[in-house]
Design a protein around this ligand. Structure first.
Ligand code: NAP
Length: 244
């Protein structure tokens, strides 16, 4: 499909795009929501707990919220239908559901950690991308974006289970990029290190966060990937953890 012809100044715009964010109520959520709202995108936020989503939506403009457990494939389907009913289309899915287990040497790592991390980091991604694929294709400029961790490509043994789950999520996303090839839709991975948020800087003003990935940079990368400026970028890893 030929990309739409746009003026240069419009290339980076996400104004009016319907962007669904899975896991918006966590650490990274507020910075991403703020960035995209400022850019006049229409947002749909999901997480299990309604309270942080509603707090983000309060007074923020075009922001809808849905309390949903995305471990349930039917609930993921219902979320996508709800967005389509409300907005008529979906232009982007940003998966940023997170959680962590680890810290033990690999030979002692409790394999039950996989029972937590596998569903959390992979199944929720499978459920959402499967039901969002049709609307993203229909959008003509659909975007799937997954936030991954440096551990997926450079694992440390005390994070082996987490690293394996993130690597699987990356591979699924690159396979989705293959599905999208030649359609106008794209799927990409943003690779980050430990994230530092404005709230964390405020809480610990003396802490050295120089080796962390700023939430603002991740929000910027998401906005870029959602825009037409990234129309040709598909199946890539954008790595935001090389500076230190
Ligand atoms: N924070 C870091 O330092 C770091 C480092 C590397 C990579 N990352 C990745 O960056 C992304 C964002 O990180 P983050 O720290 O903002 O993540 P997070 O706060 O750990 O998680 C984001 C949200 O996911 C939601 N969630 C969990 N299970 C869910 C489910 N079954 N259905 C729907 N929502 C669910 C949680 O909300 P509810 O409890 O309300 O459901 C939570 O607020 C994640 O993908 C994470 O793996 C983070």
């Amino acid at each position: 499909m030929e990309p739409p012809q746009l003026e240069h100044t419009q290339l980076g715009s996400v104004a009016g795009r319907v962007i669904a964010i899975a896991g918006a109520g966590g650490n990274l959520g507020p910075t991403v929501v703020q960035r995209l709202v400022q850019a006049n995108a229409s947002l749909e936020l999901a997480g299990r707990d309604a309270a942080p989503l509603d707090a983000l939506a309060a007074g923020a403009g075009e922001v809808g919220t849905t309390a949903v457990d995305l471990l349930d494939p039917d609930a993921a389907k219902a979320w996508s239908r709800e967005i389509l009913d409300r907005r008529g289309r979906i232009d982007a899915l940003v998966h940023m559901i997170g959680g962590w287990r680890g810290g033990k040497p690999i030979d002692e790592a409790p394999l039950e950690d996989w029972d937590f991390l596998g569903p959390l980091l992979i199944r929720t991604l499978m459920h959402t991308t499967q039901v969002f694929t049709a609307p993203l294709l229909q959008s003509g400029r659909g975007r799937a974006i997954v936030i991954s961790a440096g551990q997926a490509q450079s694992p440390t043994h005390k994070n082996a289970v987490y690293a394996a789950a993130k690597a699987a999520a990356e591979t699924w996303t690159l396979a989705l990029a293959d599905r999208f090839r030649g359609t106008g839709a794209t799927a990409n991975v943003i690779v980050v290190g430990s994230i530092v948020t404005p709230a964390m800087r405020q809480e610990s003003p003396d802490k050295d966060f120089s080796s962390f990935t700023p939430a603002e940079e991740i929000a910027e990368a998401i906005a870029y990937l959602c825009s037409d400026a990234a129309a040709s970028m598909n199946g890539q890893r954008l790595t935001l953890r090389g500076a230190s």
